[in-house]
Design a protein around this ligand. Structure first.
Ligand SMILES: C[S@@+](CC[C@H](N)C(=O)[O-])C[C@H]1O[C@@H](n2cnc3c(N)ncnc32)[C@H](O)[C@@H]1O
Length: 222
């Protein structure tokens, strides 16, 4: 039985959902605490890295990386999210923080990778893979394959198949539960070696919700 939430699967529906979601909070935007995953990744990667936060949303993790000295590009499809992040970047961010709107299929991830601001890049995507379609995931992986260089790192945290049955408190939106095994195979076929991986509860707890997620870090091999 397919329990993925498909009612908001059309691109314009999903865009409208996220635009309304971020527009609602734009007036009361504040520098929020980072996700647990961001703190974990910051401790794993080179301090000189250029972090590309794909699907950055309200950009709390982009600002966290930036304030800790990383060069950061936050990317998202939501105009409201990007406009709000750009507005606050100058005052609240670090020295090297920018935001770019993308839909993944417009070549912008490839362009940001080709205009990298550091020897090493970390493409960071939290709670993103399950919020995009199969096609969009394939477009992202193609961009990573062509744009990343050996030694670049990719860090993902996403809801897995085992999360289908958990109780959600966040507003219902498009969710595509991801098979960690399938994703690992796709990444391996795209010249990425898995360096770290874990799956379970307790990693992304939010109030009464405890999502079953996978965390994975991959390194480009060639
Ligand atoms: C669940 S939110 C995650 C936000 C943030 N990473 C976090 O952890 O709080 C998913 C984000 O993906 C963005 N998104 C969805 N489809 C996209 C696409 N095709 N290209 C770029 N961003 C997209 C949405 O606008 C939304 O901000």
């Amino acid at each position: 039985m397919n329990q993925n939430i498909r009612q908001k699967s059309l691109p314009e529906d999903r865009r409208a959902f996220w635009d309304q979601f971020y527009a609602k909070s734009a007036g009361s935007w504040e520098l929020t605490l980072p996700s647990q995953f961001a703190a974990f990744v910051a401790n794993e990667i080179d301090r000189q890295s250029h972090v590309i936060d794909v699907g950055c949303g309200n950009a709390r993790d982009s600002f966290f990386f930036s304030r800790h000295g990383f060069k950061v590009t936050g990317m998202d499809a939501s105009e409201a999210a990007i406009a709000s992040a750009q507005k606050h970047a100058q005052k609240q961010g670090g020295d090297d923080l920018e935001f770019v709107r993308t839909n993944l299929k417009d070549g912008l991830v490839e362009r940001v990778l080709s205009e990298r601001r550091s020897e090493t890049v970390c493409v960071y995507a939290r709670f993103f893979l399950h919020a995009i379609t199969d096609d969009e995931e394939d477009a992202l992986i193609r961009a990573l394959r062509s744009g990343c260089r050996p030694g670049d790192v990719v860090a993902f945290e996403y809801r897995t198949l085992a999360d289908r049955a958990t109780t959600k408190i966040a507003a219902p939106h498009f969710r595509r539960y991801v098979s960690a095994t399938d994703l690992d195979a796709k990444m391996e076929a795209s010249e990425f070696r898995k360096c770290y991986g874990v799956e379970g509860g307790g990693f992304a707890k939010y109030k009464t919700e405890d999502a079953i997620v996978a965390r994975a870090i991959y390194e480009k091999t060639q």
